[in-house]
Design a protein around this ligand. Structure first.
Ligand code: HEC
Length: 128
């Protein structure tokens, strides 16, 4: 009981407890640019991904799994993105991002918050 309460409190920690930008740089930026118009890397550009169609970067050649989801009309919102990052392969079998999600819920929330604000492309990640 007390343990469950402690776990609930931990999960309720605000996203600010984690630095979404730093997490993105460590865990995502090796494959994803986020600045507007930046060239695709191993993965699609994530600029403005919140609200965008799944598989919606016109400059990226997606797997059949993400193409099918986009054709089915799926869009990235906060809940979908958080679920995807929990286990990309489980959500979209055959996705090319495999095991590169974020198992910790607080980290997922922080990165999604960062991506939401990342629309202006302020992330100073060196492009190749
Ligand atoms: C090793 C490279 C790699 C890493 C690391 C990686 N990704 Fe990806 N990601 C990809 C690839 C490749 C795709 C395209 C997958 C496909 O087409 O099936 C993708 C797709 C995505 C998509 C779908 C985009 C769209 O346009 O529909 C999102 C969102 C995403 N990644 C977020 C992240 C986040 C957030 C992180 C960090 C926690 C991350 N990725 C880490 C390679 C990576």
């Amino acid at each position: 009981m007390r343990l469950a309460l402690a776990a609930a409190l931990l999960l309720a920690l605000p996203a600010a407890a984690q630095d979404g930008r730093a997490l993105f740089e460590q865990r995502c930026a090796s494959c994803h640019a986020v600045a507007a118009g930046a060239e695709e890397m191993a993965g699609p550009n994530l600029h403005g991904v919140l609200g965008r169609r799944v598989g919606g970067d016109p400059g990226f050649d997606y797997s059949p799994a993400l193409q099918a989801a986009g054709r089915a009309g799926e869009r990235w919102d906060t809940a979908r993105l958080i679920r995807f990052l929990d286990d990309p392969e489980e959500m979209y079998p055959g996705v090319w991002m495999g095991a590169n999600g974020l198992p910790a819920a607080a980290e997922r929330r922080a990165v999604v918050e960062f991506l939401r604000g990342g629309r202006e492309g302020a992330l100073p990640v060196a492009q190749p």
